[in-house]
Design a protein around this ligand. Sequence first.
Ligand code: 5GP
Ligand code: ZN
Length: 114
Amino acid sequence: MTTDCIFCRIVSGDLPSAQAYSDDHVLAFADINAVAPIHTLVIPKQHITFLEGMTAEHEPSLGRLLRAAAEVARQQKLVESGYRLVINQGADAGQMVDHLHVHILGGRTLGSMV
Ligand code: 5GP
Ligand code: ZN
């Protein structure tokens, strides 16, 4: 945990969040600035900054993160309508928080980006 990281402070309970899911390794909570009717962030509880530099030892964490994202999407009833997962990496992607996170976006038609 790094005390200057907003998401680590949310994990520790130092900052509040509207929690959607929690297990030993993963936390999901509502994005404070939602850009879709459902906009949830899924993060590893362990501070991981970027995908760059990940090693084989991180593979279980990344797998759990995606499984948790799918579970949250199911709980939020997005499976039938569909949803988008986004992982911003670095400046050109507009990454603001340097703690790896997956955005779950859903609840409306999402324009095609790619
Ligand atoms: P990024 O651009 O880094 O991929 O996304 C960071 C996201 O974190 C943004 O969508 C932003 O609205 C959200 N965010 C930033 N600070 C907070 C916070 O304190 N609480 C919550 N719930 N979301 C935050
Ligand atoms: Zn962190």
